[in-house]
Design a protein around this ligand. Structure first.
Ligand code: HEC
Ligand code: HEC
Length: 282
């Protein structure tokens, strides 16, 4: 093997790599929609956080768990656990409004998913992560039991233990303020009367498009834009009926997770809807 040859070759390639890098930076800067920058459809490869975090030591199993946590190609929907949950590390300390709560502290919770998982089930289903992998990431076409292998659940449990006291940790059981029990079958739809009440509470509020822009960007922007398909459909297609948008936000839809009231208030949803309307010229 002639290593010198390879070193010379790499040195010659360096300026090309630099030019490419500069071009990529340029094109990102041109893109004024912050939402578009977060288009994770194009970065389907696992994006592991390898930078060491102060106060966080990971054994091999926990490292495997961390890889799963940041993997945007775990299931057919290109979202990672980290898209919807913070973990207390620097990587998830941003201004994204995530649908789920932090997983720092989850190892101390004695029941998750509002009591759906407790006792022996906690470790088996990685504290309820299996449900997310099956439904929101569409790993196994709605089958929660097979969504994570025993090894994967173990690895996640080990990662949860490692992040248990990270900043923002929530160690007591969550009281998930959902509009109704999460829909875990493809054919599930929200109860009509309940949906009407929930939608009305939002739509009776005067929405402010200006206040709604950052809500849309930080909450919906990871997966949606107004005109282009990202992980979810563009608003020009998905937002024909604003009552339906409000319903989708609160109940979720198929593989889209719901937003609980403490994650987005009725006013924030009304504002986001006003912003979408302003963009659609409605
Ligand atoms: C599309 C968004 C989304 C994705 C992706 C997602 N989750 Fe969730 N997850 C939620 C929501 C919403 C809840 C409801 C509870 C909450 O607000 O945290 C939840 C709940 C949970 C819970 C139960 C928390 C509790 O105390 O009740 C755990 C554990 C969990 N998720 C882990 C994971 C893991 C691990 C992954 C990746 C394999 C993952 N989730 C992927 C949205 C998501
Ligand atoms: C983590 C990704 C993600 C986030 C964040 C997200 N969505 Fe979605 N959304 C989806 C996906 C995926 C679909 C397609 C549903 C499916 O087929 O599973 C969708 C579908 C929709 C639809 C169409 C529903 C239907 O049944 O036709 C609407 C409306 C919508 N989203 C609105 C919003 C709004 C408003 C927000 C922000 C408050 C938001 N979404 C945040 C992923 C997301």
């Amino acid at each position: 093997m002639n290593y010198n040859y390879y070193i010379m070759k790499m040195l010659r390639l360096t300026p090309i790599a630099l030019v490419l890098f500069a071009l990529v930076i340029q094109s990102c800067k041109k893109d004024e929609q912050p939402a578009a920058k977060q288009d994770s459809t194009k970065t389907a490869a696992p994006t592991a956080s390898t930078a060491p975090t102060p106060g966080l030591t990971l054994n091999d199993k926990a490292k495997k768990g961390q890889l799963i946590f940041f993997n945007t190609s775990l299931g057919k929907v290109r979202v990672a656990c980290a898209t919807c949950h913070a973990d207390g590390t620097a990587k998830t300390q941003d201004d994204i409004i995530r649908q789920g709560h932090t997983l720092a502290g989850v190892s101390s919770r004695t029941a998750t998913w509002n009591g759906m998982y407790k006792g022996d089930q906690l470790k088996k289903y990685a504290y309820g992560a299996s449900l997310c992998a099956a439904i929101f990431q569409n790993r196994t076409d709605w089958n929660i039991d097979n969504a994570l292998s025993a090894d994967e659940a173990d690895a996640l449990n080990e990662y949860f233990a490692a992040i248990n006291t990270m900043p923002g940790a929530m160690t007591s059981n969550l009281k998930i303020q959902w509009a109704s029990k999460v829909m875990t079958k493809e054919e599930d739809t929200p109860d009509e009367n309940l949906a009407k009440t929930v939608v009305k509470a939002i739509m009776k509020l005067p929405g402010d498009p200006k206040a709604g822009e950052p809500v849309f960007t930080k909450a919906c922007g990871t997966c949606h834009s107004i005109g282009d398909r990202k992980i979810g459909p563009p608003m020009v297609k998905a937002a024909k009926d604003m009552n339906y948008v409000a319903q989708t936000v609160r109940f979720g839809s198929m593989h889209m997770a719901f937003y609980a009231k403490d994650v987005l208030s009725d006013q924030q949803v009304a504002d986001a809807i006003a912003y979408i309307q302003s963009q659609l010229g409605k």
